[in-house]
Write a protein that binds this ligand. Structure first.
Ligand code: GAL
Ligand code: MG
Length: 994
């Protein structure tokens, strides 16, 4: 068949890919030829333009370009080979399975290799592909050897009879779209190409074709059992575990028996103890590792080694801003270490098996892993799941084959404690068949699939983005939160539960992590969850004028796309942690510390490790100054245990002086692979005094009236605008209710939503307009100031203004009471709503001042070091903090509200020449932010590089901010964190710092 005809046929084929029976991945193959590197490459925009017969051994590819393998041809180029496309649910091709459009990038790859002469004695030679998107049609020496399908699965094609000593030629034709596209509709960039390794693998005639090592741990006795399952092995076979003094040989398959082992150390994320194992026979020797652990479901409990697992997890896509899904071991390891430093103990490999090496790293560093099959058919949901491959018998073999290849490749990893059938593929008989296959191949691990809403073929009940009340409902078996059929509710009640996705980390957010954690702690059948998701998928790009930025959907001129929905990670595209990661670290902490005035409660949430590797210390500070400190005497707490210890001995004044704080810190007591000795695991604080927030002092003199008012160092216009502070010019000032909407504020309507020019297909949130839409409808982004009165009243200069939008009647009345206080100017600000509405919250209530751009640094006493909002403030500690102003804002991919620090007491803002000192007062003590752009500039820009030139430093003193929530894909701000229009009063003083 001609290459052209073969391509036509292969594109629409729903059968599984070709290849020999899948087997466990081995890091070191004894006979291995690396075929990564530079291949010759030809790109065509469609099959009609692709060269025919270029798979022939003697085809002249002289005129061809080159391409690196592994790689994606749409990346790093100038668009010559097409561009990346981002879609979430929708497909960028028409819904006409299994066919694909004519516009279909075709990449022809060619290279040659020398077959080592020693290989002639081998039993078989295979060409192995670890990842090709979307299909690869392969020829060796001009002969067709098979089609590779399953983009993130491994394929081994038998080429024994095709290769020859000396020079050989491989040709791979990769098509961007194929029938497989319909079952690989994960929410991510479409990135075609050979993006994982290509290897020539030699197999000895009488080797050990495959092995499954089951290392059980018996938690009641502390013993282990190693069960070795061998496939196509030539005996005798020897298994060795040098560390346990085991060397066992079996003469025949019938001799193979479980090996009992005394006193082994079990494997867990906290203590990822691995033992080296060698399997060998006359022909080959395989090095592998085992970790002893037994996974079991017992009623509604998901157990490992007899103890319930606690999933403090993240969803991890394989992603790099320059190389896409190409795996880089160092970067992957860095990512895992960053997770470990932030108390993350679990990974869901959304939504496909990761590079096989990753699972060795998770074994080594310690993570619970939910290994997911490469499957998602989400686009069918937009057509009522009609023709869904999950329930179409034509797809059965193919989907079951995907599951089998996932399990066979990854079965020997102790970190993998469950198989997931895939993501968002509706429901159907094929999924049930996949679950069946999983149980047959590997009864040692449970099966997860979120979309099994009737809990009929999965072992875990799973949800995504469930609102908090639903967790308790599901535990109680209240059917509305469960299956449509109430009679089945007990089936749910009796199964372990997990959130495979929650807390959508898009832009500024998520909120309510601590609230979820409290529920996970409360309900025994809930085992925690995986935050969506680890990292933003921005593609490093430059504007025509050379400015670097991270591109998202729509930035490559895609016809259909889903905007910034691909930027929803805890880590920025460039690898830098977002402020949310600090919150994650606190909330996920393996040991919780609750410091109260009458004692400190410590709870060990670890799986099987006591606290002897931690050290505990305390410090007592008053007004941000250290008074005393010491080690905290904490008895060793067993896994799952709790102790209450008394507070350290402190003088009596500790309870009376203002701002008396006890801070307890838990640290690692030794170096760990992810940190050095002394690394902070968690910090907790208790306020020891009960003093109310200080109020603005009384005037110490009068104000001078005139066309320009003078209040100490501050000059004001007749209508009360601040003109200068100690000679430093102020550009703008006044109360602000608007904040640049976060993506949680602006997304989440049912139906389509808009992000500026971009229209995305769907949010996931609650019905009704988003907060931002309501705020805008009420004109909170365009309030006009109207001075009601301004004049001296006693020793004060009092200004009353109204803030209302064009045509609007809803807004706020503001009173500013300026007074002189020693060398400072003080102002008490009172904000009261005008005709507040019961269906529109406020974004913020704050005072805004535009200072000159020369200010560079901030030092403050108050909450910090990172940003904090009402529903994301676990990591905010009261103390003295300092930062460059430029580092107070986080460059979210889409500019939005950022940088708020709560509970300010004092703030020094300094530049080269001057420093301004600010003190904050109650009753509603404000927090602050210092930003290079104001709320409306941040609102208008779609990317960081679109922000206008900075006009200076914007100081916001916010008495309140609305919470963050997770509505970009999930629940809105919880009621207790919403900012409803209300009367607010706060004070501040301004002066030049000494
Ligand atoms: C989920 C989905 C993820 C991702 C997320 C939104 O529904 O499983 O793949 O799309 O929503 O970011
Ligand atoms: Mg999806």
């Amino acid at each position: 068949m001609s290459l052209h005809d073969l391509t036509v046929q292969s594109l629409v084929d729903v059968a599984p890919g070709d290849g020999v029976r899948p087997r466990a991945w081995r890091r070191r193959e004894q006979w291995r030829l690396d075929l990564t590197g530079t291949w010759r490459f030809h790109y065509a925009t469609g099959l009609a333009e692709a060269p025919d017969a270029c798979d022939a051994a003697d085809f002249d590819d002289d005129g061809w370009d080159t391409q690196e393998v592994p790689g994606h041809w749409v990346l790093g180029g100038d668009g010559r080979y097409g561009r990346p496309i981002y879609t979430n649910i929708q497909l960028p091709i028409p819904m006409s399975p299994p066919t694909v459009p004519d516009a279909n990038g075709i990449g022809d790859y060619r290279r040659d290799f020398e077959l080592p002469s020693e290989w002639s004695s081998l039993g078989a030679i295979r060409l192995r592909f670890d990842g090709v998107e979307s299909i690869g049609i392969v020829a060796v020496n001009g002969r067709h050897v098979g089609v590779v399908r399953g983009s993130r699965l491994a394929t081994e094609l038998d080429v024994t009879d095709v290769v020859r000593p000396g020079r050989n030629v491989v040709h791979v034709r990769v098509a961007q779209w194929s029938a497989q596209t319909y079952v690989e509709d994960q929410d991510q960039w479409w990135l075609p190409g050979i993006f994982r390794e290509v290897t020539l693998v030699g197999r000895p005639a009488e080797g050990i074709e495959d092995y499954h090592l089951l290392a059980d741990f018996h938690h009641t006795t502390g013993r282990g059992t190693l069960t070795v399952q061998l496939r196509d092995a030539t005996f005798p076979v020897t298994v060795e575990i040098p560390e346990l003094g085991i060397k066992q040989s079996w003469g025949a398959a019938d001799d193979v028996a479980p090996i009992p082992l005394d006193a082994v150390t079990p494997w867990s994320p906290e203590r990822p103890r691995l033992y080296q194992v060698r399997l060998s026979n006359d022909a080959e020797s395989i090095e592998s590792r085992i970790g002893f652990r037994t996974v079991r479901i017992d009623g509604h409990r998901w157990l490992v080694n007899g103890r319930q697992v606690r999933i403090a997890g993240v969803n991890r896509h394989e992603y790099d801003p320059d190389r896409g899904r190409v795996f880089d071991e160092d970067a992957a390891r860095e990512g895992l270490l960053l997770m470990k430093r932030h108390n993350i103990n679990a990974i869901r490999t959304s939504h496909y098996p990761p590079h096989p090496r990753l699972l060795e790293l998770t074994d080594e560093l310690g993570f619970w892993v939910m290994d997911e099959c490469d499957l998602e058919t989400h686009a069918f949901e937009l057509h009522g799941w009609e023709n869904n491959p999950s329930d179409d018998s034509a797809w059965r073999t193919s989907l079951v084959d995907r599951m089998r290849r996932t399990i066979e490749r990854d079965k020997n990893h102790p970190s993998v404690i469950c198989w997931s059938l895939g993501n968002e593929s509706g429901t159907g008989a094929n999924l049930a068949a996949m679950a069946e296959e999983a149980r047959t191949l590997d009864p040692s691990r449970p099966v997860h699939y979120e979309g099994d809403y009737e809990a009929s073929y999965s072992d875990l009940v799973s949800r995504m983005y469930a609102p908090i009340p639903e967790l308790g409902d599901m535990s109680a078996g209240i059917s509305s939160a469960l299956s449509p059929r109430p009679a089945q509710s007990s089936r749910f009640r009796d199964k372990p539960k997990v959130l495979c996705e929650y807390a959508h980390a898009m832009g500024n957010g998520p909120g309510a992590l601590a609230d979820y954690a409290a529920e996970f702690d409360r309900f025994e059948d809930w085992h925690g969850g995986f935050i969506w998701e680890w990292r933003d998928h921005g593609i490093r790009t430059t504007t025509p004028d050379g400015t670097e930025f991270f591109a998202y959907g729509g930035d490559f001129g895609e016809v259909a796309h889903d905007g910034s929905f691909v930027m929803d990670g805890l880590v920025h595209s460039d690898g830098r942690p977002s402020p949310a990661l600090a919150e994650v670290k606190q909330v996920f902490s393996p040991v919780t510390v609750t410091a109260m005035r009458d004692g400190i409660v410590l709870r060990n949430r670890r799986h099987d490790t006591d606290t002897s590797d931690y050290r505990f210390s305390w410090v007592w500070e008053v007004d941000g100054e250290r008074r005393s400190d010491g080690d905290l005497d904490v008895p060793t707490i067993d896994a799952g245990g709790e102790v209450t210890i008394p507070l350290p001995q402190l003088p009596a004044e500790a309870e009376t002086v203002r701002d008396s704080w006890l801070t307890v810190t838990v640290r690692e007591s030794a170096d760990r692979p992810w940190c050095s000795e002394g690394h902070e695991v968690v910090v907790a604080q208790a306020r020891l005094d009960r003093n109310a927030a200080p109020l603005l002092p009384a005037p110490t003199g009068s104000v001078s009236a005139g066309r320009i008012m003078e209040v100490g160092p501050v000059t004001l216009s007749a209508s009360g605008r601040v003109l200068s502070i100690g000679g430093v010019e102020v550009g703008e000032s006044g109360v602000e209710l608007w904040r640049a909407p976060t993506e949680n504020d602006s997304l989440g309507d049912f139906g389509s939503y808009e992000i500026g020019d971009y229209t995305a297909t769907r949010g996931y949130g609650l019905p009704g307009p988003s907060s931002a839409a309501r705020w805008r409808a009420q004109g909170l982004d365009r309030l006009m100031s109207q001075t009601v009165s301004a004049g001296a009243e006693g020793d004060e200069f009092v200004v009353v203004e109204r803030l209302l939008p064009a045509q609007g009647r809803h807004g706020a009345e503001v009173t500013y009471r300026w007074r002189r206080i020693g060398d400072a100017a003080g102002c008490q600000v009172l904000v009261s709503p005008i005709r507040p509405r019961t269906d529109v919250t406020w974004p913020r209530v704050g005072f805004h001042l535009l200072l000159p751009g020369e200010f560079e640094r901030a030092e403050w006493f108050g909450g910090g070091p990172g940003e904090a909002y009402p529903d994301s403030r676990s990591a905010s500690m009261v103390g003295r903090h300092a930062s460059a102003i430029d580092e107070l804002a986080f460059p979210y991919a889409v500019p939005q509200e950022t940088g708020h620090r709560e509970s300010l007491r004092r703030l020094d803002i300094s530049g080269q020449a001057t420093s301004i000192r600010l003190r904050a007062f109650g009753p509603d003590v404000p927090g602050f932010s210092l930003l290079r752009h104001d709320a409306s500039e941040l609102t208008a820009a779609r990317h960081q590089h679109e922000l206008p030139e900075s006009r200076g430093v914007h100081l916001y003193l916010d008495a309140f901010q609305h919470g963050l929530g997770s509505r970009s894909c999930g629940p809105d701000v919880l009621p207790q964190y919403q900012l409803w229009p209300r009367a607010v009063s706060f004070g501040f003083t301004l002066e030049l710092a000494p």
